[in-house]
Design a protein around this ligand. Structure first.
Ligand SMILES: Cc1cc2nc3c(=O)[nH]c(=O)nc-3n(C[C@H](O)[C@H](O)[C@H](O)COP(=O)(O)O)c2cc1C
Length: 207
């Protein structure tokens, strides 16, 4: 395949796993290579919210997701949380962009503090230091002062904070349309074409 770009997608254990899985599906339908990493808490939330068992082993996860989404050869690589030899661990071989979706307040705080204690945190740290796009999709409510300060810190460091805040002005007809609203915003940020929803002002029946 001709890979236009490489996107690192990290799933963490916040509510909103359908956003992350739908984003993965859309990325794999695009001419984009995907590096996937997920936290232990993400496995718990995937089971709770989607009845989806993400295996602990990266190789087993790659097999499962290949069966589910049929990516092209070499399009999807899954990395373990401690896989320090993964390309995303180094500024010498970063992805073109990274999305953490859904993003917990814990991972957000760790990235804001530069902890780099697992591959998700390290990959995000690399994106910041290399000045490459890093998009965080946090999900929490209400937000504490600490959450807000961490988001401000990340925004000032160059990250994009894209909360999982679906709009309702398109009259969504169900959960899938609500999910697609958020995913379409992430794809827009990545500059990836999609037809998940019509754009405001493009259709007479938008109002
Ligand atoms: C079902 C479920 C839903 C959760 N939802 C959220 C959430 O929306 N936001 C959040 O910040 N943490 C949420 N948590 C808590 C995180 O999973 C927990 O803080 C975890 O340590 C985060 O680890 P991670 O950042 O490595 O994924 C949830 C946990 C569970 C089990």
């Amino acid at each position: 395949m001709t890979t236009a770009r490489t996107v690192t997608l990290a799933l963490t254990g916040a509510s909103g796993m359908p956003y992350g899985m739908r984003l993965l599906e859309c990325l794999l339908r695009s001419p984009v290579r995907v590096y996937l990493i997920y936290s232990q808490a993400a496995q718990i939330v995937a089971r709770q919210e989607m009845n989806l068992s993400l295996p602990a082993r990266a190789s087993e996860a790659a097999a499962l997701l290949t069966q589910r989404y049929s990516p092209q050869e070499g399009q999807l690589r899954v990395f373990g949380r401690e896989e320090w030899f993964a390309p995303v661990a180094s500024g010498s071989n970063p992805a073109d962009a990274m999305v953490i979706c859904p993003c917990t307040m814990g991972t957000l705080a760790a990235v804001a503090s530069g902890l780099s204690d697992n591959l998700i945190e390290r990959a995000a740290d690399v994106m910041l230091k290399e000045r490459r796009p890093l998009i965080l999709v946090p999900r929490e409510t209400p937000l504490s002062t600490i959450h807000l300060e961490n988001m401000l810190r990340l925004s000032r460091a160059g990250a994009t904070i894209l909360p999982a805040n679906p709009g309702f002005y398109h009259h969504p007809d169900g959960v899938d349309a609500i999910v697609d609203f958020v995913v379409s915003r992430i794809l827009d940020q990545l500059g990836i074409d999609h037809e998940l929803m019509s754009r405001w002002g493009d259709q007479a029946d938008d109002d």
